[in-house]
Design a protein. Structure first.
Ligand code: ZN
Length: 199
């Protein structure tokens, strides 16, 4: 195999690795993903996409179990029917179409996704929901700041729009740089996109 074809194979493997789980025929893992326009959830497995209502009962039960373990999520979703609450919870916690399957081949539920479901959703304070960068959990405030930093907004405007002082902003930024292992705003923005904190 010459260099060119080796590169091609490596590239192809890289692309396949980036595809949502379940997208290819024969990939029987199940990936959930949320539609931001409608807040509906879909499940993709073995190349077929189905609405959330078609998900098997054992899978729904596993999602419900996570929800029941999270008092804050339970409080936020208590006005909904059980079916609606399970779907909304799945939307917020498992909504990204990523390459790490939400249910493995054996049907076991994995950990939540890095998924910013929308602005002002209370789910960022749920214990079972976390947004991580390189495995480090970001606080809701840090997520807000990362999103603003990624828009290229000057620090003065960021601190004003959040109603905090520049020195408080600098403290947050120091924590963010540490969690991201970067030293610049550009570095934060790049990693935030790579790890789906900004979408
Ligand atoms: Zn949410």
């Amino acid at each position: 195999m010459n260099d060119k074809s080796t590169n091609f194979v490596a590239k192809r493997q890289h692309i396949v690795h980036q595809l949502p789980a379940g997208l290819l025929k024969g990939d029987t893992r199940t990936e959930l993903f949320g539609c931001r326009d409608t807040n509906r959830v879909y499940a993709i497995s073995d190349g077929i996409t189905l609405p959330f209502s078609n998900l098997s009962n054992p899978m729904k039960a596993m999602i419900l179990e996570r929800l029941l373990d999270d008092p804050k999520a339970l409080e936020d979703l208590k006005g909904l029917s059980q079916e609606e609450a399970i779907e909304k919870y799945a939307f917020c916690v498992f909504g990204a179409a990523d390459s790490e399957a939400d249910f493995c081949r054996e049907g076991v539920l994995g950990s939540g996704d890095n998924f910013i479901c929308g602005n002002n959703c209370g789910c960022l304070s749920w214990e079972s929901k976390s947004i991580n960068v390189d495995g480090n959990r970001l606080t809701p405030r840090e997520i807000e700041i990362v999103q603003l930093m990624s828009t290229d907004m000057p620090d003065k405007h960021i601190s004003e729009s959040l109603g905090i002082s520049i020195s408080t902003l600098n403290t947050h930024k120091a924590h963010i740089f540490e969690k991201f292992s970067v030293y610049s705003k550009t570095g934060v923005a790049r990693k935030a996109i790579e790890q789906k904190i900004v979408q």
